[in-house]
Design a protein around this ligand. Structure first.
Ligand code: M6R
Length: 612
């Protein structure tokens, strides 16, 4: 979704804004713009398309002596991607500008009203009403005018406002869309996400809903959007550094992040398995053992890849912790009748901690009395602040739009939680749980060893698959969600139509699609459902489907079925989802790369989906 960057301080602002926008590119966008204060007025530049277009437009102004400004990448919601619709948006005088992420739901009524009062609109966006609305209320107190305008607005917003009447000042406000502020001794920053701030500071403040901030160089003050009451905010130190958000020699962030997975899993597990006893220690979980022991049901909610992690966790939790588990897509969960109460534990899984539907789901669940736990990768993100407890994944910043290391780290965190709950509920013997904990560490090592070999093998195989029109992924049991994940990865970055199925479900319809043109990646480890999976593979072969099999080293039967087999070492069956994810990610990556797709920023997609 849209990206916002704002700066006021001693540096020349244009390079800071452009660099900040580059760091936010991964959020997804279709146009970009920036504005800065100069010689008593505001200078605005905008361009549709990629950031290079904006950079070309501002090229000659790069060193301009301006020290305060705002930048924006726009992911279109209201109005097509175009120059006119690109942010920043101005009031009638051009002396006040707004950048915005979110949706102003009552914009149409406000627009009519403002038009009737003589305001002239130049875009189709919902955001422009905000600029005119602030203009309506502005005398000489910008924060007061912003507050008055926001009082009229329904919907979600993270906004930055710059006014020629207050040269070194930025006003920021937030409601349901992320906004993080950065501080150092001389400068103040605002951004939609942490990576944009990392080159300058790791001291950040997260704005909460209906909070505003007034930024001047090195000083930020906070107030309530509702009544202007001043607020005190806490600074959070971010452990990530700027280098972690760079490609470090890899062609794409996605590839780098695929290769970071062994370390991300180790970091997520590290310090959480007590040596000797194998007990799981989750200090931020925020839920005492007695509370967990009294839970009768778990509801897992998430979107996209995180939802696939939830599907795997259902198998684990039901098997090892002997507790019933429901899994919901957050956008469905929030609009159906919820049979949730204080005996239900709701677990929200999210890389970003900002996904609008998942966030709305935890708010609903809390209101119904449920305990809420979040599995999240971003320290201080909204979900981590609103949930009763957190299990952080320690994957480091994930920049590629296609989620990879966040997924396997979520699996690691969910597996740890399963072992913890199994002990609390006395559902499995301690030795067995300790053995499973060790198996989780082992799988990270196996992935580390296998990754380069797999990539080389897949780079060869890809020549036979990259121009496919469709693709199926199938798996059974724990590998069914991995089939879904493989299909999602492939479709989002290569634009090949792909579907994931439970292998046993094929003959209930999808098998009609199989012919000699249809590639099928089948995940068939030697596990407890191996024989059933092989029968499904035979059915595909009988219909001349193009089989790409992923199975256990030494399983010669697989190579009698097809030439295209990827062999993986045997790991504990419960941990197969982590291992079998790797070839699915790599096949998607190599196909997309071979097709020349924009792997890290696929069309139409945003990294963090902060609007419904
Ligand atoms: O930040 P979240 O984990 O809440 O994001 C959820 C989805 O938007 C995300 O997983 C999305 O499906 C990815 N593009 C998948 O690669």
């Amino acid at each position: 979704m849209c990206g916002i960057i704002g700066y006021t301080g001693p540096r020349r602002v244009v390079p800071v804004l452009l660099e900040g926008l580059r760091k936010l590119e991964y959020r997804g966008y279709d146009s970009a713009g920036l504005v800065y204060f100069l010689d008593g007025g505001l200078v605005k530049h905008r361009a549709p398309g990629k950031l290079e277009k904006l950079a070309a437009v501002v090229d000659e102004q790069i060193g301009v002596a301006s020290f305060c400004g705002l930048g924006h990448t726009r992911w279109a919601t209201h109005g097509i991607p175009s120059l006119d619709n690109a942010h920043p948006h101005s009031d009638c005088s051009g002396n006040l500008v707004v950048v915005h992420n979110g949706i102003i739901e009552n914009y149409s009524t406000l627009r009519q009203e403002l038009r009737a009062r003589g305001h002239r609109f130049t875009s189709e966006t919902d955001t422009e009403v905000l600029a005119h609305l602030i203009e309506e209320y502005l005398t000489d107190d910008l924060p007061a005018a912003v507050r008055a305008a926001l009082a009229r607005v329904d919907g979600s917003y993270a906004v930055g406002v710059l006014w020629a009447g207050a040269p070194k000042t930025l006003v920021a406000a937030r409601n349901h869309s992320p906004l993080v502020l950065g501080v150092d001794a001389e400068a103040s920053y605002m951004a939609s996400d942490i990576p944009a701030l990392l080159p300058y500071t790791n001291q950040v403040i997260f704005l909460d809903d209906r909070e505003m901030a007034v930024l001047t160089p090195g000083v930020i003050t906070y107030q309530s959007v509702d009544d202007g009451r001043s607020l005190r905010k806490q600074v959070t130190t971010i452990e990530w550094n700027a280098a972690m958000a760079e490609k470090s020699g890899f062609r794409h962030f996605m590839l780098k992040e695929i290769f970071e997975q062994p370390q991300a899993i180790i970091n997520t597990v590290s310090g959480r398995i007590v040596p000797d006893t194998g007990r799981i220690d989750l200090p931020e979980i925020g839920l005492a053992d007695e509370v967990l022991a009294g839970i009768e049901r778990i509801a897992l909610v998430a979107c996209g890849t995180s939802w696939h992690a939830a599907l795997v966790a259902k198998y684990w939790l039901e098997k090892w912790a002997a507790i019933p588990v429901d899994v919901d897509i957050a956008s469905e969960f929030r609009y159906r009748r919820l049979l949730i109460n204080e005996r239900v534990l709701v677990i929200a899984i999210s890389q970003s901690g900002e996904t609008a539907d998942t966030l709305a789901s935890i708010r609903l669940a809390s209101a119904l009395g449920a305990r809420v736990l979040t599995i999240c990768n971003v320290v201080g993100s909204t979900m981590t602040r609103e949930a009763d407890g957190v299990i952080y994944t320690h994957a480091g910043p994930e920049i590629g739009v296609a989620s990879t290391k966040a997924f396997t780290s979520q699996l690691a965190a969910l597996f740890l939680f399963t072992l913890h709950l199994a002990r609390v509920r006395d559902a499995a013997p301690a030795e067995q749980l300790a053995e499973l904990g060790q198996a989780l560490i082992d799988v990270a090592r196996v992935i580390e060893r296998e990754l380069p070999l797999l990539q080389t093998r897949i780079q060869v195989l890809v020549e036979r698959y990259y121009d496919s029109r469709d693709f199926l992924f199938v798996g059974r049991g724990l590998n069914f969600p991995i089939a879904l994940e493989g299909a999602l990865k492939l479709k989002e970055i290569s634009y090949i139509h792909a579907e994931g199925y439970a292998a046993g479900e094929l003959k209930h319809g999808p098998i009609a699609l199989i012919d000699k043109e249809m590639p099928v990646m089948a995940l068939v480890p030697r596990d407890s459902v191996y024989r059933k999976s092989i029968s499904n593979v035979e059915e595909i072969k009988a219909r001349q489907g193009r089989l790409l099999l992923v199975g256990t080293q030494g399983d010669g039967h697989l190579s009698s079925l097809t030439d295209d087999v990827l062999y993986l070492p045997e790991v504990h069956e419960e941990l197969n989802p982590l291992l079998y994810t790797i070839p699915a990610q790599l096949i998607a990556y190599e196909i997309a790369n071979r097709r020349g797709c924009d792997v890290d920023q696929p069309r139409n997609l945003a990294k963090s989906v902060t609007v419904e």
